[in-house]
Design a protein around this ligand. Sequence first.
Ligand code: FES
Length: 348
Amino acid sequence: MNMQNENSFEQFLSQKDEEAWSAALATLLRSIHEVDRNATQIWFAFYPLSLWQALAHAEDRERLAQQLLLQGDYDLKHQIDRSHAFLYGHRFWPQVKKAIEQHADSFGQSSSISLADQILTVARRVANDLKKDESLLNGITAVAFMTLQQTGLAAFTAAPGTIHIDRKHANKSPEKILRHRAKDDSQGLLGFLRTVNKQFTITHDENDDKAKYKLNDGQDLAWGAAEDRSRDWVAIDPRRSEGPIPVECRSASCGTCWVGVLGGAEKLADVAAREGKKIKEFGYIDTAEPKPLIRLACQAQAGGAISVVIPPWNGQFGKYLRSLKNTEERAPGAQPAGGRIEQTDAVN
Ligand code: FES
């Protein structure tokens, strides 16, 4: 991005790195309504700032994308209005987008206010206009700030600002969504017996009543998805060659099958050593949490109904970003040599 053409709000955002955002999110989290608390964290995992920065500063962006095995649509510029459709706050997107454009226009007055406080201020303004609880606006407003940081003000403003869910789903209350989210299936009168083969419903798009499949107790999330031939999944997303969840290796080697867990994370088996190691190497999440919000569908075994979100892309970038960070710490401002990454596992 050309600094001379940036407005002062863009300049303010361009100084925010992953750490500044983590701190802002940690502050905001308790002010985000329960319906969007997981969704907001998942969205930020789906669109990592450090990956976007690495691509933006690469000498050869296409080559780096190939090296990092990026597949699908990882660029927010193509999905400014759409990437956050799984947040409850998405239904307020037109108003949030407009409020942020106004905030950018009058930014001089807010330049000394922290990132988290700016997000809260804009969210409060929209909440007051819409007569909604501001906790419903905080997550989507944080998402909008990050979207603007990654796309630039010109592209952000040029997006039409439309909503990508139908009226029926847009009218659902947060309470109703929370009640239905990952609600466990009835196992019938004999369900209490250990010998009954229990089946659970996996929802992979809460805004589509047909976006569900069944799996048996103890199967991993990808297993059940492969049985779902209800649609031409490849036509929807070329990575979906075996049902709604994109998969390749089924052995935690490729990173294709990552999902965000909107509801029911506690009903998935704990992350095993290999899943934990590989999901960090891929760059999706770095945590010791036994039941995190980001999982590899081919590894996560379900013991109940789960609601997941499927990101529109996948890759292997964790090791590369770590080496980039180490290079920066040793010699600030230095570029990593040719963007080379170490590959330890074959994709297939
Ligand atoms: S399908 Fe390759 S990691 Fe899950």
